[in-house]
Design a protein. Structure first.
Lengths: 448, 448
């Protein structure tokens, strides 16, 4: 209607938010839609799940981040359908039932936990994608220690203090290391009967090694550093079933454990699948995008971040990490600004990904990192990880405050974050590990 | 069994925790049972509900508080039944199905939100007693602003931005003042369509004035200070019904408001009622205790805090505030220590309550306080409130850190705590204010 172009951005993660911020001084109106009211600093989500940080330390309302940007409106709503031909976004709740019309659409809906067709596993092995996920995992882990404290049967206590993490990528490594640390250092003196240091943490990976995206020697160092913390790693191990009392492997072996965390698979947001047959997708449901991050045939619609499959120079998709999303967001904002400024249609540039390296933290003072051929592990890698993560906290409270909080946590193993909230506190409900209920399959702990 | 006496304490609030800590060096074994894993600094709970503080800033795991006290075991469990005659506490889950035997029992189960027989109101007007309550109220208040931002009908927007707080005690005053402040100062620049400063906050009190426990002139000053923030106070106003779209008064008048908070009534924990006919109760279900805080006829069972009705020298029950609970906790611990030390049965002392005064905060730099005849209001009262509350944070992270956090919040109107988590984010579910659903009663906003 107006002369000003309308840019609709779906998703306030690293990609969408970076794009929105990069459009701050452009002559466009921006609408940013997200199902959550907050941007989440996902690389630290495992810290909330492991009671090291509080939700408010790694999440901040999207409105607050863009409050000074006058050309952005934020909508807390769920996108239901997108019509690429008529350029309309249908969302809910939409008070006037009117869709949003767009001149440019930037889809950055991110990824979801994916159970490879076994959605029933979610009940027993939650994934780690949102604040609610993290609070739920925190609840389960802390409740397992509480139940162990009440338990008088040593075998049952062992089962309560057994934790299985499925998936040997960075998230799985971080979660496994953090459970072991929580048990050994943070909870150790809190309990009288249960001995948190007896907790057994098992990391299961289907492939031949952990951290497949890293150099093999770093994967080996990771296994060693995990072992120092007491985490046992099993590679080449496929899961056959997950139930309330543990995990059955494809070998038939059963791992008795009341707490299981799923870090094995992600898939693109269902929004991409909903775009219909005109859009080509890869196996994970990501949209295959052109060199300018647009959808082939729809030059005004871009897909960025974890929902996009962008083939790099080596013919493999770019990794689903925050630097990819942020670089794509800035790149797409650049194209939009360029086209809004000059009506003349020119050839669009191609997106070039700058690989800044990868890092995974294993625990306090333990990590692995590689960047431009340099490989680090141990304390040095951990310090690098710490610096990068503090530096990249977008619009958070304040870098100084975060640093202060972390320093404080580091020296005190802070306790405030160790709250159990939400859900049912006491067993009985399925989500609360009804350890007194009978189970239809005999389980034998064979992990040791 | 052993020579050492066993003290069972039910409840880890101010009363139970103070009692447990006071028994630190006594020659007894203490078991502290609570349904939550955390002690809650309840006077600041409204700050969590109003997104000023995060849950982890006002709650800390009970285990962490008593970790250095070797004679205390903590159980996360729910007490189901107490047999005063055989001195057994039955709790759940109890893995061996064995109850706890006690030599001394200290009941400090606190109070619950009470709807005067209208339990169906809870769905539309949650109370404020736990972290989960506070997070739920925070979710509703923030979602109301979000829905107003999406809304295009001005009348519906007005309804979304109308907030009714029922109950003019300290909690109601604090909540009403905090909603007004949140709207006027914290959210003001975050929204484009909704104008948070247009939010209408109404505080309803059935009695003739707010803060009935305070001097009349302070109640008047409170109304003035609330008015400065834009809160409208209506006294002598009885509620007839509460529904998804607001409150109907006994006059027939209807107040259209999507968000209602209940701060009008509390009753004692049902545990007291469960003690059976041998225990006398007052109208609120509190146990009427003897001068030594024990149950008449059961000298080894004490009831303290909000669950106890202790008649003061003026013949009126002591107020249900944290100083009462803490003083009772220390007093009862003293009796137990005394009796464990010397086998000789001596006359027990009588509990004497020391009234340290009352205070209620209305907003930043606004409060009322009275102590020993001195009445304060405004900034001075607020500074007094701040000092007392920081000082009394039991075993919290660290007084310095809390002070630092608060100072920070004060100057920045911090945003991190403004997260919406848990529950359903979008309308449709009953708890999320289905503002598009029809309502069987015509409601007209008549509050202005």
């Amino acid at each position: 209607m107006s002369e000003r172009k309308h840019v609709v951005i779906v998703g306030g993660g690293f990609g969408g938010l970076t794009c929105a911020r990069a459009l701050a001084r452009a002559d466009v109106d921006v609408t940013l839609i997200d199902r959550q009211n907050h941007h989440l600093f996902q690389p630290l989500l495992y810290q909330v799940a492991m009671a090291g940080l509080s939700p408010s330390e790694i999440a901040v309302p999207i409105r607050s981040i863009v409050r000074k940007q006058k050309n952005i409106g934020v909508l807390l709503a769920e996108v239901e359908r997108i019509d690429l031909e008529t350029r309309q976004v249908y969302y809910s709740p939409a008070p006037g039932d009117a869709p949003l019309s767009f001149d440019y659409l930037v889809l950055a809906p991110g990824a979801r936990t994916h159970y490879f067709g076994h959605d029933d596993w979610e009940l027993y092995a939650p994934g780690l994608k949102s604040i609610d996920d993290a609070v739920e995992i925190r609840r389960r882990v802390l409740l397992a220690f509480e139940a162990a404290e009440r338990e008088i049967d040593p075998a049952k206590r062992a089962q309560l203090l057994s934790f299985v993490v499925i998936g040997g990528g960075p998230t799985g490594v971080e979660v496994a290391g953090a459970i072991a640390e929580l048990a050994r250092f943070a909870l150790d003196r809190d309990f009288r009967v249960a001995k948190p240091y007896e907790a057994r943490v098992l990391l299961i990976e289907a492939g031949p090694r952990v951290l497949p995206a890293f150099a093999p020697e770093l994967a080996e160092k990771t296994v060693l550093q995990l072992a120092e913390l007491g985490v046992h790693v099993r590679t080449g191990t496929m899961v056959d079933a997950i139930g309330p009392r543990g995990v059955r492997l494809q070998t038939g072996e059963t791992l008795l454990a009341d707490t299981v965390v799923w870090a094995a698979g992600v898939a693109s947001s269902p929004l991409i699948r909903g775009l219909g047959g005109a859009v080509e997708m890869d196996r994970q449901g990501r949209a295959i995008v052109a060199k300018d991050c647009s959808l082939p045939g729809f030059p005004n619609t871009f897909v960025i971040g974890d929902a996009a499959c962008f083939l790099g120079p080596d013919g493999r998709p770019l990794p689903g990490v925050s630097p990819t999303a942020m670089q794509m967001g800035r790149f797409v904002a650049g194209i939009i600004k360029q086209e809004v400024r000059s009506a003349a249609v020119s050839e669009r540039p191609e997106f070039v990904y700058t690989d800044k390296g990868s890092m995974a933290t294993i625990g306090r003072s333990r990590a692995v990192a590689e960047t431009k051929g340099i490989k680090l592990s141990g304390l040095l890698a951990w310090l690098a990880w710490l610096l990068v993560h503090i530096w990249y906290l977008i619009g958070f409270r304040n870098r100084f405050v975060v640093f202060f909080d972390w320093a404080w946590s580091y020296f005190t193993y802070r306790r405030g974050a160790r709250l159990i909230t939400g859900g049912r506190l006491l067993p009985g409900a399925p989500e609360a590990h009804a350890y007194t209920s009978s189970h239809d399959q005999a389980h034998h702990h064979a992990a040791q």
